[in-house]
Design a protein around this ligand. Structure first.
Ligand SMILES: [Zn+2]
Length: 108
């Protein structure tokens, strides 16, 4: 019935690659922020091709407008407003909001 579903192993590998790319983006950020942005671009492309969602913890690490890798205190600002997290990207100056939901408060 589901002709289009691909091999689940491919998706697993894709997820691992995305994880590695975000890890690298974090490590390279201090010295080569432009490389971090490239890694995000590659991770997004892998996710799109494999039709997988980037995990929540990673989704919050880049700007959803300009796809820059975001580091708190460096190129982004985090504010909590009425149970919403508001992230301001210093690269494009746009804001992204996340709902805090029920018990997903990770850091304060
Ligand atoms: Zn941005």
């Amino acid at each position: 019935m589901k002709e289009r579903s691909r091999n689940p192993v491919t998706k697993k590998i894709a997820r691992e690659r995305i994880e590695i790319l975000f890890e690298q983006a974090r490590l390279e950020f201090c010295e080569h922020p432009e490389r971090s942005n490239r890694y995000i671009g590659i991770a997004r492309r892998i996710a799109m091709r494999q039709r997988i969602r980037i995990d929540r913890e990673f989704r919050r690490q880049f700007c959803h407008h300009c796809y820059a890798f975001l580091v708190p205190g460096k190129n982004m600002r985090v504010r909590v407003y009425r149970r919403n997290v508001v992230v301001t990207c210093y690269c494009c100056n746009k804001k992204t909001r996340y709902s805090l939901g029920r018990s997903h408060v990770q850091s304060t």
